[in-house]
Design a protein around this ligand. Structure first.
Ligand code: AHR
Length: 515
């Protein structure tokens, strides 16, 4: 062989080696169990906003739409199937002006108010405390109640808690009994305020910290029905609130609620469209999950400094996609379509929350029905389960599972124009049923990816589960066409001592790993 031929052969061998080495390899460290992924990471948020509650969930007991004491049977049934672990209510910004006494007693006598935050529409208070607890009890979910620090008083916040949880002879407790509820309600979480840096009062963190200390002094319940008390925290990448609150509050303080939404443009003004978008807006949205990871990493560092005994939890109680209002809709109703892109966005958030499960003990997607990144869209007596619904459904085995570390070598970079992100994302856990579960995302909108899977040093025997994907980036389930994006069976077997998976472009895969 000539020297030139030898050199060419060597170059080819090098390139082939590099190509082989560059193939993504995912290793699950099943021998290094991490924290439990609290089931409330899969929590929901239902606000008095648009048709999120009225129409979407509540039709009233006299409606022709089949219902149980006013709550839609079809929607509640679909949410039960999703094993919704927790619901936050009544807002959001709505909570900042909500007076709980407006929502108790005979419905015909309740005052009508104007929902000043959301569309300026009448709020007849048909859904109040008793109705909310009926919903969570029908769902088998925990209750997260958000008190009004905007226009409320410490007395009102303390009395609401007493009304819900009190057991004795106090008149306020008798009033609850007269309104039909003898047994106290179980309040799992109670927050003072919402977005107090903005719609909750435009406060400074130092001012709110003092206010929280003052109000929290008067929050009293029977010891066996004490909720986790939550302070309203910061927004987006800002961890100042986490810093100030965790330094200044001590009493009746169990966690801080952070919010971060994602917009395809990355900007509040001109967020981008929910459907019919270019690939730049696909990657524009998905790549922003990096900021969620960054703010959680930074918040954990702050908490580790101020709360080394890890008493405080981080609650991410509003997250999800937010787009420009759907043309023709009331802009105050936050109606948006929900596509395959939203399902992948949800999956990427889950991976980040699992990775930070040591501190992140609850998250609430905004919102449950008909508002922002919803699970369900309704119109009259019809409903469609969104791609986001399916992303939540596929991850049910991760509720209360034990997180397992993963390493992803040679993760391909997904790049378009000036934006880039990791092409693949993965998260693994040991489920409560003892099985090993793996969630995988290929964010690349046009290229599939091959992946070699290992558990420790071994190749597993097989994987079996589901894939969620579609031909179009904005494939969606619409009313009348509710089955465009559906999980499909997915499986792979080991061959010649290797288990290789092919992840289609723009896909979410959740499998049980065997062997
Ligand atoms: O989820 C919609 C709104 O977004 C909430 O009311 C508010 O807290 C946030 O700004």
């Amino acid at each position: 062989m000539t020297r030139r031929a030898l050199a060419t052969l060597a170059t080819h061998l090098l390139l082939a080696g590099a190509a082989l080495a560059a193939e993504p390899t995912l290793t699950i460290r099943a021998d290094q169990p991490g924290p439990v992924i609290h089931r409330n990471i899969y929590g929901q948020f239902a606000e008095h906003l648009g048709t999120g509650i009225y129409e979407g969930l509540w039709v009233g007991p006299g409606s022709k739409v089949p219902n149980v004491r006013g709550w839609r049977k079809d929607v509640v049934g679909a949410l039960k199937a999703l094993k919704v672990p927790l619901v936050r209510w009544p807002g959001g910004c709505f909570a900042n002006e909500y007076h709980w006494r407006d929502g108790i007693g005979p419905r015909s006598k309740r005052p009508v108010k104007i929902n000043t935050h959301w569309g300026g529409v009448p709020e007849n208070n048909a859904v109040g405390t008793h109705e909310f607890f009926d919903l969570v009890e029908q769902l088998g979910a925990e209750a997260y109640v958000n008190a009004n620090v905007g226009t409320g008083t410490p007395q009102e916040a303390a009395e609401w808690l007493e009304y819900m949880t009190g057991e004795g002879e106090a008149t306020i407790v008798q009033q609850r009994r007269m309104n039909g509820r003898d047994k106290p309600f179980r309040v799992h979480y109670y927050a003072l305020g919402n977005e107090t840096w903005g719609c909750g009062g435009n406060m400074r963190p130092e001012y709110y910290a003092d206010l929280y200390r003052h109000w929290a002094t008067f929050l009293k319940t029977p010891a066996h029905n004490r909720p986790q008390f939550i302070a309203s925290g910061g927004n987006d990448r800002d961890t100042t609130w986490t810093e100030v609150l965790s330094k200044s509050i001590r009493h009746n303080f169990d966690g801080i609620a952070h919010h971060a939404y994602t917009f395809p443009s990355g900007k509040w003004e001109g967020k981008g469209a929910a459907a019919g978008f270019p690939e730049a807006e696909w990657i524009g949205l998905l790549s922003q999950v990096g900021k969620i990871d960054a703010v959680l990493t930074q918040s954990r560092a702050v908490l580790d400094k101020n709360d080394p005994k890890k008493r405080l939890a981080l609650y991410f109680d509003e997250w999800g996609s937010w787009y420009d209002p759907e043309p023709g809709s009331n802009p105050g109703f936050l109606v948006q379509r929900n596509t395959l892109r939203d399902a992948l966005l949800a999956g990427l958030h889950f991976h980040v929350f699992h990775a930070h499960a040591e501190r992140v003990k609850m998250s609430n997607i905004a919102q449950m029905v008909n508002v922002l990144q919803a699970m369900i869209l309704t119109s009259k007596d019809q409903l469609a389960l969104t791609p986001t619904y399916h992303a939540f459904a596929l991850h049910i085995p991760f509720q209360d599972a034990t997180a397992l570390p993963v390493t992803l070598e040679h993760n391909p970079v997904y790049q378009l124009g000036g934006t880039q992100m990791p092409g693949l994302s993965a998260s693994a856990a040991r489920g409560k049923d003892g099985k090993l579960y793996l969630s995988l995302i290929n964010a690349n909108a046009s290229q599939s990816s091959e992946l070699t899977l290992r558990v420790g040093a071994q190749a597993p025997r097989s994987v079996k589960g589901h894939v969620l994907t579609a031909a179009a980036m904005d494939a969606q389930n619409e009313l009348g066409q509710p089955a465009q994006v559906q999980p499909q069976p997915f499986e792979a077997q080991a061959a010649e001592g290797q288990l290789r998976l092919r992840l289609p472009a723009k896909s979410l895969v959740v499998v049980a790993v065997e062997g």
